[in-house]
Design a binder for this molecule. Structure first.
Ligand code: AHR
Length: 504
């Protein structure tokens, strides 16, 4: 890393706004996969379980992390799922093969239990419909079952199942990763575009208040990107509201400077999808803008080897149980900053996933629930990034890697909350050396103090566990802002939350 200086300047200007933050930017994801549902949110024999079998300790952590919407039930799982299997009396629900994850699905938890759980957890449901093995008819039936007030067979069935009030599910996605050959019912862009358009039409006819997310590409590297987006939107532009993006990152080659720069890849992905969506807008001379739903993103690589050894066709096998390191938390911080910088177009995002499966929250069967390293940057952003994103200009050292050029050592974004009059700067120091940051706040720094919380650790490979939280945030000393400026020390390899709070 060619770090030239150990000083950086971050300039924030109240007048230069990027866009308002949609709270759904801090969504998450819960799939019928591994121990996410069973032994994750649901474990009826656990000492902390409530009358419905949901773990209270897990719900508490979900509330604490501040996630806003939770996507369900998949993921790859949804492309072979019959939602009808998971409603009605438990004793008559079938056990099925889940081909996506080579597991057995008991259907003990289904749609109604999930909606009940979202109410306890204080989040909104975001439901996926199956466009792998199924199509418009089943999706329409599901919207009617969930959202129609009553007086039709499907809405009355919901009432008969104990839910007289409609669930009022607002946000839906039209299938999952339909561009991927691994997907049950994988489709070409043209095939998906047609079925998504027709499905969207009937779903919105049944409930015009819903919002729909069309499947974009499952990654920037897939050969069909970005023609996929252009084709899908060419057909579905008027029927859908968002296009999805998925991306997972890893440090398989153990190259830390490159790994921490992978948020630049996310940035390029977002810019390309905006370009594809706006190209279709221009072709159609449309006044409508399609926004982005980054509804799967995270670090995923630690568990891939061990998952190959898991016995197939078992119930709730331990799959995708990545144990995250300090360096993973730093990348998650950079990815959050990247999405915030695109707050004008990225309106929805889901950290994949929430519990046990590539998750910030882990739950030991019969034992404690605990926070992974990545829990902290997500919690800070989800609970403190409110209001409007401001452009920040960083004048500081940069470095090159084999994959990326001119990477800022300090990655940052500023958010202004006009109600609280608080400005928050989130920043990551990607370098090993400590740096001093001079923050120029202009009028935002008049009569103010700066509160500093940091996640730092000497060992980038440090992890947390059920008995020991080793990587935890620390509250550092308060500083006064003078003449709109303040100097802040940023430890090497650290995630920082800098809150500029008025003193008057
Ligand atoms: O989140 C794990 C899996 O990753 C999801 O099921 C799928 O959509 C993606 O490939």
């Amino acid at each position: 890393m060619n770090q030239t200086k150990n000083q950086t300047r971050i300039v924030v200007n109240r007048e230069f706004t990027v866009g308002d933050i949609d709270p759904r930017l801090f969504g998450s994801f819960l799939e019928h996969l591994g121990r996410a549902v069973y032994e994750g949110i649901y474990e009826p024999d656990h000492p902390e379980a409530d009358e419905a079998g949901f773990r209270g300790d897990v719900v508490e952590l979900v509330r604490e992390i501040g996630t806003t919407v939770v996507r369900y039930p998949g993921g790859n799982f949804v492309s072979g799922y019959n939602w009808e299997d998971g409603v009605g009396p438990r004793e008559s629900r079938p056990r099925r093969l889940d081909l996506a994850w080579r597991s057995v699905e008991t259907n003990e938890v289904g749609l109604n239990e999930f909606v009940q759980w979202t109410r306890k957890a204080g989040v909104d449901p975001y439901l996926a419909v199956n466009l792998g093995t199924r199509g418009p008819e089943e999706a329409l039936a599901l919207v009617e079952y969930c959202n129609h007030p009553g007086g039709t067979a499907r809405s009355d069935l919901r009432a008969a199942h104990g839910f007289r009030e409609p669930h009022g599910v607002k946000l839906w996605c039209l299938g999952n990763e339909m561009d991927g050959p691994w997907q049950i019912g994988h489709k070409t862009a043209g095939e998906y575009a047609r079925v998504a358009t027709e499905t969207a039409k009937v779903m919105k006819w049944a409930d015009p208040a819903i919002e729909l997310v069309a499947c974009g590409s499952s990654g920037r590297g897939i050969a069909t990107f970005p023609e996929w987006e252009a084709t899908v939107l060419e057909h579905a532009y008027d029927q859908v509201d968002y296009i999805s993006l998925h991306s997972y990152y890893g440090n398989g080659d153990n190259d830390l400077p490159t790994y921490l720069a992978r948020s630049l890849d996310m940035d390029a992905f977002i810019r390309s999808v905006i370009a594809a969506a706006d190209y279709v807008k221009a072709r159609k001379r449309s006044r409508k803008t399609i926004n982005l739903a980054f509804d799967e993103w995270n670090v995923w690589f630690h568990s891939k080897e061990q998952d190959r050894k898991v016995e197939p066709w078992s119930v709730a096998p331990p799959l995708l149980e990545d144990i995250y390191t300090h360096e993973d938390a730093l990348l998650v911080g950079c990815l959050l900053i990247t999405m915030l910088r695109h707050a004008d177009r990225v309106k929805i995002a889901c950290l994949a996933q929430l519990v046990n499966v590539i998750a910030p929250i882990m739950a030991v069967k019969g034992g404690p629930a605990w926070r992974q390293t990545i829990y902290y940057p997500f919690m800070h952003a989800a609970t403190l990034a409110r209001g409007t994103v401001l452009q920040t200009h960083v004048h500081g050292p940069v470095y090159d890697t084999k994959e990326f050029d001119q990477v800022d050592v300090i990655e940052s974004v500023a958010v202004h909350d006009p109600h609280e009059e608080v400005t928050t700067v989130f920043c990551v120091n990607r370098g090993r050396e400590p740096l001093s940051a001079e923050i120029e706040l202009g009028e935002l720094g008049t009569e103010a103090k700066l509160l500093h919380t940091a996640l730092a650790h000497d060992d980038p490979k440090a992890t947390n566990g059920p008995d020991r939280e080793n990587v935890v945030p620390t509250v550092l000393r308060e500083r006064m802002v003078a003449n709109g400026r303040v100097d802040v020390p940023l430890a090497g390899l650290s995630w920082n939350v800098l809150r500029v709070v008025p003193t008057r």
